[in-house]
Design a protein. Structure first.
Length: 377
């Protein structure tokens, strides 16, 4: 058994897109290239140019690089374009055949890309489609970066902001995610400022503390979804490991270390967490944990739950969403109701991948949304 494992590890080539500038420098030194080469090659890799396509290195050098490490971008398996707001949802196929989802959202303040961090998820949140089949594997740093590069290449537009809110729990793949954050921020590559990156977590307190210690000014989003441990543990099993008090404590630590505000996500599920009493209790909890008499601004993003066939959960009526939001505002909490982008292309994460992996046929789109599928041989 052990032998097979080692063999496959030896066969697995390293990936160029997962390499830092220094690691690539080392690889190039290993094949006898001069030091300055890295400054030509690193930026091109991050622009989506494979070594054999680079015009300023020889074929021999390109071949020597490819023998050491592979260059692979996620391939577009399916692309859905919303006729309503231009949101583009990509179903990408990875080198091993697994699929992930990435979304390009066009806002007035620029293009935002929502990336996946794992194939599947093992966090088990009751309302979420990504977790239904469990976690298949972590994505490498290069596979997360590859999503940004592939979207840029396909759209021809610059990516201004990144949200780590796609499939997977970023803190459950901490090392690769941190490496990705540093790679995408590298000024010799794509160079997206940390202030333009948000990372959403289901409440992995250890991960929040580790990231706090890095002191990167990344926006942290906490998926809260309940104000009491009993409800939260029922809909989010992660709460049994890190209950609310501990997660909020980690958030405070994050805020103090980075100087960044935390944003809270709250999915509204009919019959579970969306009465005005729930709103009052939520406000009380957040004010108590974070504000403590100061003017610290607190912001909650309300998300009426997206119906996922397998879960049977429903969103509340719009009037109840409004009442919930007003009850928060009355207590000094800023609340916004998340606008649904790309409603005609099922842009919330996890559903397209599930459909495809299940029966090979992604869910049909509705209305005038356009769809491009990879031609099958
Ligand atoms: N694992 C991370 C990031 C991925 S989920 C996290 O939990 O934060 C991104 C956001 O979408 C989270 O706030 C998640 O709770 C929410 N979400 C998942 N499924 C949803 C659904 N069916 N309806 C509404 N929001 C959902």
């Amino acid at each position: 058994m052990e032998e097979t494992k080692n063999e496959s590890a030896a066969e697995k080539k390293s990936e160029l897109l997962s390499m830092s500038y220094d690691e690539l420098t080392e690889l190039l030194a290993g094949i006898g290239e001069p030091k300055y080469r890295v400054s030509q090659i690193f930026p091109q890799l991050h622009r989506g140019i494979a070594p054999e396509e680079m015009t300023n290195i020889s074929k021999k050098t390109a071949r020597a690089i490819s023998e050491k490490a592979e260059y692979r971008l996620p391939e577009i398996e399916l692309k859905l374009v919303s006729a309503i707001d231009g949101t583009v949802k990509y179903l990408f196929r990875l080198g091993d055949g697994n699929c992930i989802e990435t979304v390009l959202m066009r806002y007035r303040h620029g293009n935002t890309v929502c990336v996946s961090s794992q194939v599947g998820c093992r966090m088990g949140c009751a309302f979420c489609a990504s977790t239904i089949g469990g976690k298949i594997r972590d994505l490498s740093a290069g596979e997360i970066l590859g999503q940004i590069i592939a979207v840029t290449k396909d759209s021809g537009e610059r990516v201004d902001n990144i949200v780590m809110m796609g499939i997977g729990e970023p803190m459950d793949n901490y090392d690769n995610v941190l490496k990705f954050l540093k790679l995408v921020n590298d000024e010799r590559g794509i160079c997206i400022g940390y202030r333009h990156i948000s990372l959403s977590t289901c409440g992995h307190a250890d991960g929040i503390r580790k990231l706090a210690a890095e002191k990167l000014p990344i926006t942290l989003s906490l998926s809260l979804h309940a104000h009491d441990d009993a409800t939260r543990s029922r809909i989010m099993p992660v709460n049994r490991r890190w209950p609310l008090a501990e997660v909020l404590d980690a958030c405070r630590e994050y805020r103090d270390a980075t100087g960044r505000r935390i944003s809270f996500e709250y999915t509204l599920i009919e019959g579970q967490n969306c009465t005005t009493e729930d709103a009052a209790a939520l406000a009380g909890m957040l004010n108590g944990a974070l504000r403590k008499g100061t003017a610290y601004p607190i912001h909650v993003n309300l998300i009426p739950v997206n119906a996922v066939k397998e879960t049977g959960l429903r969103p509340p009526e719009p009037a109840d969403v409004r009442k919930f939001s007003e009850a928060l505002e009355k207590r000094g909490i800023r609340a916004t109701v998340r606008r649904t982008l790309g409603p005609d292309i099922n842009a919330s994460c996890g559903q397209l991948r599930r459909q495809t992996m299940k029966d090979g046929a992604p869910a049909p789109t509705s209305g005038k949304a356009t769809e491009e599928r990879k031609a099958t041989e």
